[in-house]
Design a protein around this ligand. Structure first.
Ligand code: PFF
Length: 451
């Protein structure tokens, strides 16, 4: 097993790469549609509570573990305690699951880039007919995976950091412009109300509420890339003089701002054009072309926007690929290039079935979910929370708060005013919340399988 030798070239570069991992399809595509299917503002409120109670402490713990050990996710956890390597293994396994659905959506985005440039008549039925085809979505997914492979094989500061530093700021500026435009559409206020003013009639029963809570927790993990070893791996490339606590707050703040801006860019348009907020994973792909079609020069703007979505997706998916590749590189004789190629091919194979299950072969199901939905469910509702739970136990009990705080403060060099809050959350609140929500949701998923 080899220690990681690569390092981020600057603090800004690290923040952009880590925020780039967090900010992705989870913010632009998933957050608006899950808000839509989970009752709007009540979901957003629960999401924010979980960000504070679970998101911040777990993200900080992952960075601390990674920087302390300086190795890939599994070996870093094992360095803290030889029997705890499995806590990092969730990431290496889970990254396959996330990538198997993420790259399908990445492929759709590439198709939309090309289409918005060549086909002005991209009406809302286009998404259904395209995503249900068999060959084309797989082809675009392959292109998406190829791009991932090329970036990751180039290494950390050369590939991942350079790409993120340029593209993330551009995405933010662009998204703000679309948000401002959406907010001026007729009836935009209905969308803003749905997004920001809680409507408790959407939460008619305890089971409605539980499903909102479960979705919000999954979304926090997914959006912040938690429980997957991503931030352990990225933390391992950090120099000791980085202030982990302030980096954590910056990453979480950026991620949340982007999620809120995407909600405000998409949901007002959904209401303005008479789409259904509950429509599910096609929401962004149906709504935004409708917005762009009203703007003069909309084709160019649509193309540019989907290019930026692609980059946001790439800065996240490369972090997933990196979790697996860095582990393979450290534990086999494979070079980075070969490790990247082999892992990409394996993800591609899983992705084929995931893509087909969206429409071409809807019978590829597990329980009552298509394989695509199952990969989504399995990663953000099972693997990530479980990975997060073990990170809490590893940090709070096995490594110990004092050791974690030593790493976070660089042996007392940095102030860490929230130390007590961090300790309480990582030892009690976060594990208890994850365990309760996880158990109740697992039961509600498993029971129908036996009916
Ligand atoms: N956080 C990414 C997004 O919001 O799109 C997705 C993701 C990346 C999840 C990396 C998990 C992960 F480890």
């Amino acid at each position: 097993m080899k220690a990681t030798k690569e390092q981020w070239s600057s603090k800004f570069g690290f923040i952009m790469a880590a925020a780039g991992s967090a900010i992705g399809l989870g913010n632009l595509w998933k957050f608006p549609y899950i808000t839509g299917t989970s009752g709007g503002a009540v979901f957003v409120a629960v999401y924010i509570v979980f960000l504070l109670l679970l998101g911040i402490p777990i993200l900080l713990s992952e960075l601390a573990i990674g920087r302390f050990a300086g190795m890939n996710a599994i070996d870093s956890c094992a360095k803290i305690h030889p029997r705890w390597g499995f806590a990092g293994a969730f990431g290496v396994i889970g990254a396959f699951g996330v990538m198997a659905s993420y790259s399908v959506v990445g492929g759709w985005v590439i198709r939309y880039i090309i289409n918005s440039f060549t086909d002005t008549n991209m009406n809302s039925d286009y998404f259904t007919s395209f995503s249900a085809q068999s060959f084309e979505p797989i082809l675009w997914m392959a292109v998406f995976l190829l791009l991932n492979c090329l970036i990751v094989k180039s290494g950390v500061s050369n590939g991942i950091e350079k790409v993120s530093t340029v593209l993330l700021p551009l995405l933010i500026i662009f998204l703000i412009a679309i948000m401002i435009y959406s907010l001026t559409l007729p009836n935009a206020a209905d969308g803003v109300k749905f997004f920001l003013v809680p409507d408790f009639s959407a939460v008619a029963s305890l089971s409605d509420f539980m499903s909102i809570v479960f979705n919000a927790m999954g979304q926090v993990f997914f959006s912040l890339s938690l429980g997957m070893g991503t931030l352990i791996t990225y933390g391992s490339y950090l120099p000791k003089d980085n202030n982990l606590a302030s980096s954590t707050v910056t990453i979480v703040t950026l991620d949340t701002i982007i999620a809120i801006i995407s909600g405000l860019a998409i949901l007002p348009a959904v209401f303005s054009f008479g789409f259904e907020p509950t429509e599910g994973f096609g929401l962004m792909f149906r709504t935004l072309p409708a917005v762009f079609s009203r703007i003069t020069g909309g084709t160019i703007i649509a193309t540019a926007f989907f290019i930026l979505v692609l980059f946001a997706a790439l800065t996240s998916s490369i972090s997933l690929l990196e979790v697996i590749v860095s582990w393979v590189c450290s534990n086999t004789k494979l070079t980075r290039t070969w490790a990247s190629v082999i892992v990409t091919v394996l993800i591609f194979i899983a992705g084929i079935f995931s893509s087909l299950s969206v429409g071409a072969i809807p019978d590829i199901k597990i329980g009552n979910m298509s394989l695509f939905e199952f990969f989504n469910f399995f990663s953000d509702k099972i693997i990530m929370p479980l990975g997060g739970l073990f990170i809490c136990i590893l940090t709070g009990y096995v490594w110990g708060i004092d050791n974690a705080v030593k790493e976070i403060t660089n042996n007392g060099r940095f102030k860490f005013a929230a130390k007590k809050l961090f300790a309480f959350s990582i030892r009690y609140i976060a594990p208890a919340l994850i365990a309760v929500i996880f158990a109740s949701s697992l039961i509600s998923f498993i029971l129908p399988l036996f009916r």
